[in-house]
Design a protein around this ligand. Structure first.
Ligand code: IPD
Ligand code: CA
Ligand code: CA
Length: 255
């Protein structure tokens, strides 16, 4: 199945690449920061048609069109374009994120980093890969030497709680913080040892599903801010190389 997931992620990625910096149409979802483009929709439609053709009885949970539930034990969790704001403004950092769950456990995950043409992939208990090459998290254990990444929810202007306090606190104790704008890519850069830690609030299941498996298969840890195990519906995400996890938990709990 992983080959099929990679295949359709690359097909969707090509649609996105072909639309980049071209005439696109933009609509607003909840507010002026929360965008969707015709390319998000075209990517999602292509992915869902592929699933319908290859796995007609599987369920689907997709960002733009919602749930199509069947009685199958399989469910595809889809972000057709993760990083829409970047895409719409011409910043070349965005991805396609597809996870497949069996009985609510993620068994396959693919994040396709569109402009770098890198497909990150993982199958449960089989390791994580970038274009077929095995990847793993780094082994830094010093928070002061860590490069962290985060993101902000679309309602951050009205509800800064949990985002800005923690950002300020981490600024003082880490080497640097980045905000790339594609949570799925944040997970993958953590998985291949670029970032040491990534935290964010209010992500959605399609932002988390594939990336979480890729990090775990690369040897990293994914929990909530109190070190509890999480599922794809969690509203808090902390993911690290495992070595700076406790130090990050301490900051998250106290800020
Ligand atoms: C967004 C990105 C971003 C994160 C937001 C997400 P979208 O997804 O992953 O990095 O900070 O919370 O909603 O809307 O571009 O698919
Ligand atoms: Ca997303
Ligand atoms: Ca999206």
């Amino acid at each position: 199945m992983i080959d099929k997931v990679i295949e359709i992620s690359r097909i969707a990625g090509e649609i996105i690449r072909n639309g980049f910096r071209k005439n696109i149409s933009i609509e607003f979802k909840t507010n002026a920061s929360n965008l969707v483009t015709n390319i998000d929709k075209k990517s999602e439609e292509t992915i869902i048609n592929f699933i319908k053709k290859n796995y007609p009885n599987h369920s689907v949970l997709a960002e733009e069109s919602g749930e199509q539930m069947s009685d199958s034990e399989y469910c595809w969790v889809i972000d057709p374009l993760d990083g829409t704001t970047n895409f719409a403004h011409g910043l070349p950092i965005f991805s396609v994120s597809i996870g497949v769950q069996k009985n609510n456990e993620t068994i396959c995950g693919v994040v396709y980093d569109v402009m770098r043409d890198v497909a990150y992939s993982a199958e449960l208990n089989s390791g994580a890969f970038a274009n077929g090459k095995k990847i793993k998290v780094n082994d830094n254990s010093v928070l002061r030497e860590s490069v962290l990444v985060t993101g902000f929810p679309y309602n951050v202007a009205e509800n800064p709680y949990n985002a800005m306090e923690k950002f300020n606190a981490f600024l003082k104790v880490s080497r640097a913080i980045r905000r790339l704008g594609s949570a799925a890519i944040d997970f993958c850069y953590l998985a291949e040892g670029v970032f040491d830690g990534f935290w964010e609030v209010h992500l959605n299941p399609w932002d988390i599903c594939a990336g979480k498996l890729i990090v775990e298969e690369a040897g990293g840890l994914v929990t909530d801010f109190e070190n509890n195990k999480i599922n794809i519906f969690s509203k808090q995400i902390l993911t690290t190389n495992g070595k700076v996890h406790n130090d990050m938990i301490e900051i998250l709990i106290n800020n």
